[in-house]
Design a protein around this ligand. Structure first.
Ligand SMILES: [Zn+2]
Length: 412
């Protein structure tokens, strides 16, 4: 098996407010096998890299992406040919990898075919964690028909370009959840509130009945996994927690009381502020319909205010970008946006150690023996300047995924 030792690595992973003293990192095959002082001498043979003058970080994890969202017009995206969407998704994913994201969790759309293409090395892309299609009710967040059509939507399930499937009633939601898990979903995603990028669901719409939500949770837990909910509104979030949801996506409009409950019950929250910031600025130009543009401001400001509360109450947050189509190059902008409200150490941890907790993976997000050898070299210290993690990986001369360099500058 191939051996590689990285010498003089000063690690920043969000667990401390300063880089570690220089250590050696030993990689065997696709995993870290040793991290510490003097490990280079013990490991003996193999290639070496010197990280002197740079910072070494674990590969980043984005806990909320949509790799199949080739445009912000999700109704249009749903109609696109599967083959075209697959090829475009590969391009979008490669760009994520080149920004330093070695793992991404897809929150609706990506299927087992894309996941296998990544695992088999057919495409250069981040490790993919999927829910298959999200579950939405009629008139919910992935029902794109609007007020002018009741045409059948059973075809959504077979289109790669759809984020979700429409299902109503306890029996139907149970079957669809079971199907998605059968089809390789790692967890179940439920559109449990209204949303911005869909036509007929106001924010705060209590979608699905309590019985439907409980049935979905029962299926997921029975399978050994969890349910994550697309949620904004306080009442919707409390209802989802009552029903057993373990992860809250967005969470913009939470009251202080609800934030405390989330902390007490140790649920995870994945704020996605950058998407509202960019949607407000560029959404219309990128195809977001006018009825969606009108919903943005309600959630944008509240989401930023919520960050401070979540931090104060000790809620574990995952890094989330949630960008659609041509706005995806702003993926790393969540770092600097959160950095205006939270310490850099905590922002970084949301994309490393805490992100791994959110996506339930103990083998990523850390530079530690047994974990996948996903790491970055950064020119400069992101604890001092989070912008070093932006600009499409410009400050990352080395990006490694599973022990293989996917980017290596001549200076490394
Ligand atoms: Zn999303």
């Amino acid at each position: 098996m191939s051996m590689l030792t990285i010498k003089n690595a000063r690690i920043v992973d969000g667990s401390a407010d300063a880089p570690t003293d220089p250590v050696d990192i030993v990689i065997e095959g696709d995993r870290f096998v040793a991290v510490g002082k003097g490990e280079a001498a013990k490991s003996g043979a193999g290639d070496t890299l010197d990280a002197s003058g740079r910072i070494v970080m674990p590969g980043l994890i984005d806990c909320h992406v949509h790799v199949i969202a080739t445009t912000a017009n999700l109704g249009l995206n749903a109609e696109l040919p599967n083959s075209w969407v697959a090829l475009k998704s590969a391009e979008l994913m490669k760009a994520m990898l080149m920004r330093g994201f070695t793992t991404v969790r897809d929150l609706g759309g990506a299927d087992i075919g894309l996941k296998r293409a990544v695992d088999d090395g057919l495409i250069d892309a981040p490790r993919l964690i999927i829910c298959g299609k999200a579950l939405s009710q009629t008139g919910g967040h992935t029902d794109y028909r609007g007020a002018h059509s009741n045409r059948d939507v059973s075809w959504y399930g077979d289109k790669l370009g759809t984020l979700g499937r429409v299902c109503d009633g306890v029996d139907a939601v149970r079957r669809v959840a079971r199907e998605e898990l059968k089809n390789g979903a790692d967890y179940v995603k439920v559109m449990a509130d209204g949303g911005v990028s869909s036509p007929s669901d106001p924010i705060g719409y209590l979608v699905f009945s309590v019985d439907e939500l409980k049935a979905i949770v029962e299926v997921a837990k029975g399978f050994g996994t969890y349910v994550s909910g697309h949620l904004y509104d306080d009442a919707a979030i409390n209802r989802a927690l009552d029903c057993g949801f373990e992860c809250i996506e967005h969470g913009n409009n939470m009251s202080e009381r609800t934030v405390r409950r989330v902390a007490e019950e140790e649920a995870f929250v994945v704020p996605t502020n950058i998407t509202y910031d960019i949607l407000a600025k560029e959404g219309a130009a990128f195809g977001l319909p006018p009825e969606s543009v009108a919903k943005i401001e309600d959630v944008r400001t509240a989401g930023l205010e919520c960050l401070t509360m979540l931090h104060r109450e000790g809620v574990v947050m995952g890094y989330g970008s949630d960008l659609l189509g041509g706005m995806q190059p702003h993926q790393s902008g969540e770092f600097t946006l959160r950095g205006q409200f939270l310490p850099a150490m905590d922002v970084i941890r949301s994309a490393t150690l805490d992100a791994a907790r959110v996506v339930r993976r103990s083998d990523i997000g850390a530079i530690a023996p047994g974990c996948y050898a996903d790491l970055l070299f950064v020119d400069g210290n992101p604890l001092d300047d989070l912008a070093l993690l932006t600009e499409q990986g410009a400050h990352m001369p080395l990006i490694m995924k599973g022990g293989a360099a996917v980017k290596k500058a001549a200076s490394v």
